[in-house]
Design a protein around this ligand. Sequence first.
Ligand code: AMP
Length: 326
Amino acid sequence: MNIENMRRILDKIKEYDRIIIFRHKRPDGDAVGSTKGLREILRLTYPEKEVLLLNADYSDYVSFLGDEDAPVDDEYYATALGIVIDTATSDRISNPKYALCREIVRIDHHIDNKPYTEISWVEEEKSSSCEMIAEFYYTFRDELKINKEAATYIYTGMVTDSGRFRFRSVSGDTMRYAGMLLDQGVDVDHIYAHLYMKDYKNLRFHGYVLSKIKMTENGVAYLYVDHRMQKKFGLSMEEASASVSYMDSIKDSLIWLAFIEGPGDEIRVRLRSRFVTCNELAEAWGGGGHDCAAGATLHNKKDVKTLLAQADERLKNYKENNEGWL
Ligand code: AMP
């Protein structure tokens, strides 16, 4: 089934002279790496085709991967095949003009609640969309081309979305594809330097915010990053949102949440967990995500409190009914 879907996607790519690649809003390493990686593979393989990556927002975090394509006129879309990668629902697609494409296909590792394309290749158990792009290349390696640049994009997304190859979704295949990419000459030192280096202001924010982490009765760690804090440290929302990872190694705390005030009344919540799942909590608030990494948007502090109580209850139940957690 998956191989059939992969083949259908490759056939569509061959059919079109113009291909536009899309990803989700507020892109992360996987969204950027998978889309740039596929663009590079297609440009190398089919130099006669026009292959563009057209999105409406960008990521500072992985900006070291280079520039994006400049916007084009609306007419341009009408004759194109759109390929949407790493995006669970159509309203999360960064560039709303995707809808102008003649046809769209989807490649994703997010839960398929509301399919929005006729042709799609979705595998929830894959560690990243980048892993799927690596597999796509490997499956059709007699027809497709890859180089160090493409391998670097894809490897970066695999590294970031798998928590540096630490999450359970990492399989033998993940490592085999990572190995194949390294064989292309990927400079891991360069990638990790970019991923770990911090601006001084981010480091100061990190130090400050550690003292603001709170804990619910049963061990849900959380942080509330309001506009004032973001202003004080001169942070973008993306930078402030990174604070969720500061809570990822607290013993006894199997669920941790970062609330980040956004535009208007929006409060973005990033949910993370270990052993116990947290995506149901996000879904109950109109969001979604993976078992142990999910997100949603809230609109007032009362909802923040309610969500915290729900997370606390979930963790309490988990601890009462399971052993062996840390
Ligand atoms: P984030 O905290 O933004 O890194 O999101 C973690 C996961 O949850 C990602 O796979 C997102 O696709 C998903 N996610 C985040 N926010 C939302 C949302 N508002 N609706 C649906 N899925 C979301």
